[in-house]
Design a protein around this ligand. Sequence first.
Ligand code: SAM
Length: 175
Amino acid sequence: VRHEDAVSLIRSSVEGLKGSWADLGSGRGTFTRALHDVLGADSRIVAVDVDARAVEEVQAWARTEAPNVSALQADFTQPIDLSALDGFVLANALHFVKDQAPALARLVKMLRPGGRVVLIEYDKRPADRWCPYPVGIAALPQLAKSVGLGRFTVAESRPSNYSGVIYAAHADAPS
Ligand SMILES: C[S@@+](CC[C@H](N)C(=O)[O-])C[C@H]1O[C@@H](n2cnc3c(N)ncnc32)[C@H](O)[C@@H]1O
């Protein structure tokens, strides 16, 4: 996903919700940078990834370009020391998790009341090694219900370069 595409995917789900955010499964930071652009320099963003090299790459960028961004090497399916987040992004990351509901439920506990979950995933994409556990749009109502989130709104979607449709959806924790 190119930077401009990442920005346009998340913009309407994120704009105006300044504060403390995380990008979970941040990889090389495509959506960390997009969050930084949309939220502005007065928000705090933590990029989280298991991959040490990916974390270092984001750290190197943050050091020179974005002092409000930090990066943390951690597995987001395990407890992470983050709390009272205004929101988090899970971009192309939840589809690596087999047991999505319990993992997402733990992450939702890191949000402040009313905090926002932004999900970037693929609809109508068959499972493969790059997307072993697809999270189609049809799965969202049950997922939200089982983790105690309000309804997901699919805010953006477009044909994916791989297969199916890439979409951005958001849902809020109860306030
Ligand atoms: C396909 S990349 C997506 C990167 C970025 N979010 C994007 O959309 O461009 C998936 C990333 O999720 C990370 N990841 C997968 N499972 C993870 C987990 N349980 N905890 C932390 N990171 C994870 C991988 O290391 C990889 O960097």
